[in-house]
Design a binder for this molecule. Sequence first.
Ligand SMILES: *[C@@H]1O[C@H](CO)[C@@H](O)[C@H](O)[C@H]1NC(C)=O
Ligand SMILES: *[C@@H]1O[C@H](CO)[C@@H](O)[C@H](O)[C@H]1NC(C)=O
Ligand SMILES: *[C@@H]1O[C@H](CO)[C@@H](O)[C@H](O)[C@H]1NC(C)=O
Length: 419
Amino acid sequence: MAENLGIEKTFVANVFFWFLLISIQATNAGHKDGGFNQKLEVEKLLKKLNKPAVKSIKSPDGDIIDCVSILKQPAFDHPKLKNHKIKMRPSSYPKGGDDILEKVDMSSKSTPIVQLWHQSGSCPEGTIPIRRIKEEDILRANSIQQFGKKNFKSPPFRSYAKAQGSQEYATVYVRGDDRYYGGKATINTWNPSVQFGEFSVSQIWLLNDDDVANTNTIEAGWQVNPQLYGDNTTRLFTYWTDDNGKTSGCYDLLCSGFVQLDAGVAVGASITPLSIYGNQSAQAVMKLTIWKDIKNGDWWIQYGPEKVIGYWPSALFSQLSYNATVVEWGGEVINTRANGQNTATQMGSGHFPVEGYGKASFFANIKIVNDKNQMVSPNNILTSIDRPNCYDIKPDYSDDPKWASYFFFGGPGINPNCP
Ligand SMILES: *[C@@H]1O[C@H](CO)[C@@H](O)[C@H](O)[C@H]1NC(C)=O
Ligand SMILES: *[C@@H]1O[C@H](CO)[C@@H](O)[C@H](O)[C@H]1NC(C)=O
Ligand SMILES: *[C@@H]1O[C@H](CO)[C@@H](O)[C@H](O)[C@H]1NC(C)=O
């Protein structure tokens, strides 16, 4: 009898204990931003983005590269790509575009794309390398919804509305009566110093702002972005949006949309070699070409003379599915003015353009694709410089046969003339 009573007491106590525990958990989930629900949401996103790997490679920079079947990549989760038939190669190329630069001296530096993870292995045919997303990558974002997206919305195109606040640009661009169908450049690669929560990019933009509030952009180049990637290495990146970054699009393969094709190139992975300041024979470059496939409207991106990285299907866009209104080249940094001053985040090599080759960062051989599908040097190039004492640009549009259209750009950020 007495024993039975003991058991009953324990039972009651146990029920009470569990009731208490469940109440506490429910309270936590309800009140705290984070906790149980957040963990579930992070796990769900990881499961969605990290596709089953055929093989995994540990890169020296700490990344894990998953070799994922080309048909199982995140792109095909996009609702607009439900019935998309993957294309393995472009069906059209722009005409001309003979690279003067390939024939002259800097070509010796135009090594094939090298990414740090290549030191640890390669992905088999039929798969593509994808940088695995870790829980901490998502937790570094301002929110789970914000992961992989830009924290700073681009202002309406800068020729008529200079960036206010967070972005600072030093770029050249074309914005003519004609529409554009591609762009190209040889981009000098560096490792600028960047504050957490900010980034420094050197890139090509193609944009269509016929509907300004929903500006469509395609962007690619290199960037240092500690909040996004968790370190300060220089990485190849791609970006797209169909609505000025409001809800659609993202960097790399951090959402569905961009179709990656090459077994050797992972968007979002670190690149090497980088340029060495003060050494003219140690200037590294990446050559990027983006163009519209005139047969089906997809936008392709190629690295160097032969490596097709992948494409943005035409179906992703409302305006870029037709054409681009602007092609732009150069640098952008985020300046959060954390101490009420300009940031120390550097652009380009972190040195002003006046220092020239070997010290200042450059773009060379900039080209556009015109409405006759020809790759040509751009005319009527304009500049967009927000604070020349912080980050500047020194354009030279002469068709110097050695460089074609080129410019130096960049800067150190905060200094006595850039408070
Ligand atoms: C990146 O560089 C900044 C500025 O030099 C430094 O404060 C930060 O600790 C570095 N971050 C990482 C993850 O290495
Ligand atoms: C400049 O770079 C070249 C090529 O990487 C290298 O061989 C040379 O030693 C470097 N010179 C100096 C002064 O560091
Ligand atoms: C360019 O794109 C716009 C949509 O942004 C479209 O209305 C227009 O017809 C296109 N122009 C040409 C020449 O294709």
